[in-house]
Design a protein around this ligand. Structure first.
Ligand code: ASP
Ligand code: MG
Length: 241
């Protein structure tokens, strides 16, 4: 039996059908005897849409209030995924970042995770629950909701994998792994089987949107092996180690 942290990006939860699809996938892995902590992003382009609304109301929306607003996108995904899991007979519980024990600095819109109080998650895993945590967010010691910067759900997943000493951390996205170039632009781009933390950091700092920079830094620091793969196929993706 393994403890697996899986993160599903916005494109993997962008519709009811896709949420149903990943719920089935999660159920299968759970029934193979694994403990699962799932981290989700907001549905599709929800985060952009929410920001747009804020900027319509105010050319400079206060950052604290922006974080309150944006965190709701991931909270919606976690609740809907848990609801979908229940409908296929699984026991699941949705947590927002605060309930998941994610404590951050007070720097709104780009907070850093300072520690994770894992007792709530552990208690639910022990009861056999699939724990579904809203990515990209946390809470400060003064009870304010923060977000971790755009793309920050990856960082939530890696930080949870480190804190829980997970056996595996899978990052599900809409591409099948990391490529030598952007496969949507360069047709002869090859998928890499393995890549080092250092090379991934370089790709990310050059602007490749493979994975959140901070997530790779954390993975490197805590020696977490990451598997970047697609939620739409069973194919192996890219291992970052
Ligand atoms: N929903 C947030 C964003 O679009 C966080 C994430 O997707 O990881 O940036
Ligand atoms: Mg997103």
């Amino acid at each position: 039996m393994s403890l697996i942290v899986q993160k599903y990006g916005g494109s993997s939860v962008s519709s009811v059908e896709k949420i149903e699809h990943i719920a089935k996938r999660i159920s299968k892995i759970k029934n193979e005897g694994n403990d699962l902590v799932i981290v989700v992003s907001a549905m599709g382009d929800t985060t952009d849409k929410l920001l747009e609304l804020a900027f319509k109301l105010n050319p400079d929306p206060p950052k604290r209030e922006r974080d309150m607003l944006l965190s709701s996108g991931e909270t919606i995904s976690s609740s809907l995924l848990s609801i979908a899991l229940h409908s296929i007979g699984e026991e699941a519980i949705a947590f927002n970042g605060a309930q998941g024990g994610i404590i951050t600095s007070e720097v709104y819109t780009k907070a850093r995770i300072q520690k994770i109080e894992i007792k709530n998650i552990l208690k639910e895993l022990k009861r056999g629950m699939i724990v579904v945590v809203a990515g990209f967010q946390g809470i400060t010691l003064h009870n304010n909701i923060t977000t971790l910067g755009r793309g920050g759900s990856d960082t939530t997943a890696v930080a949870l994998a480190a804190a829980l000493k997970a056996d595996l951390c899978e990052i599900y996205t809409d591409v099948e792994g990391i490529y030598t170039a952007d496969p949507r632009i360069v047709p002869e781009a090859r998928k890499l089987k393995h890549i080092s933390y250092e090379d991934t950091l370089e790709l990310a700092s050059l602007g490749a949107k493979v994975i959140h920079l901070r997530a790779i830094e954390l993975a490197k620091k805590y020696k977490i092996t990451l598997h970047i793969r697609s939620s739409f196929t069973e194919k192996e993706g890219t291992i970052i180690a």
